[in-house]
Ligand binder design. Structure first.
Ligand code: ADP
Length: 255
């Protein structure tokens, strides 16, 4: 079933941490259902941007809209209810639980809408809870981890734990998915699977904002690319435009 992705509009956003300007007057218009990559050197403000969109930190100034909803100042729980999911550089799984149990958790976000029914144990809600296992297995198969479904999550390498986070996010049918360095620590095979998976999400219609260092992956799958440097936008546009830009080449080759 297709998903109606959320467009994201960021207007003149700044974020200060004490004396540090992590983001400085950033603006972007991200159309729905596309893959938007944010690249740049360490400390350029990439993760801060994801933290502002998901409400982990409030912006110091500026506006961030999901669709037409202003979210600067909104709590993370409220933003999550707008169908926003994210993954982390350091995966946040419940390490003692199995991979499939962790994946199922993403489904509860979706079920929160009919939590009342679930509390009353109405038959429909019970059936949906059972369906969740089958659905979790499907997503795990898609990220290539079906054979690890019953292993303890903490036993997986970090790269694979990040794939479990993606499966957990997808089962919640997000309209906006924020990925923080999804390719880090993946093997070549896993990397190819990730590229296929992201293409699959694009087909579904999910809007994706992805921080990623793996430039080949970005060039391969991103619709638009924003290059950050010291909290400011150095370049922005289609992947082709951005990676042709002399400024960007210079920043990346240190020339
Ligand atoms: P990137 O993800 O591009 O590596 P970050 O967004 O993590 O960059 O960091 C941008 C700048 O903001 C850095 O100078 C970093 O030290 C600072 N920063 C990020 N988060 C915090 C925080 N919670 N407290 C203080 N400074 C922070």
């Amino acid at each position: 079933e297709p998903i109606a992705g959320t467009p994201v509009t960021i207007d003149d956003v700044s974020k200060r941490f004490g004396g540090v300007k992590a983001l400085d007057g950033v603006a972007m218009a991200l159309p729905a259902g596309r893959i938007h990559a944010v690249v740049g050197p360490n400390g350029s403000g990439k993760t801060t941007l994801l933290n502002l969109i998901s409400g982990f930190y409030p912006a110091s100034s500026g506006s961030i809209r999901l669709g037409t909803t202003e979210i600067v100042g909104a709590a993370p729980s409220r933003i999550a209810r707008l169908s926003v999911q994210r993954t982390f550089q350091t995966p946040k799984l419940l390490g003692d639980l199995s991979v499939i149990e962790n994946t199922r958790f993403g489904g509860y976000a979706r079920e929160a809408a009919n939590g009342f029914e679930l509390a009353l144990r109405l038959p429909r809600a019970r059936r949906e809870a059972a369906d969740l296992d089958g659905e979790a297995m499907q997503w795990l198969a898609l990220v290539g981890l079906a054979d690890r479904a019953h292993d303890q999550a903490a036993l997986l390498p970090h790269g694979q734990q990040r794939l479990v986070e993606i499966a957990r996010a997808l089962i919640g049918r997000p309209q906006l998915l924020l990925l923080d360095e999804p390719a880090a620590g993946l093997s070549m095979g896993e990397l190819e699977r990730l590229a296929t998976l992201i293409a699959e999400m694009r087909k579904l219609g999910i809007t994706i904002v992805m921080v990623e260092h793996h430039i080949e992956l970005v060039a391969d799958i991103a619709d638009t690319v924003t290059v950050l440097d010291q909290g400011r936008i150095l370049a922005q546009g289609s992947a082709e435009e951005v990676f042709r830009s002399a400024e960007v080449v210079k920043a990346y080759t240190g020339g």
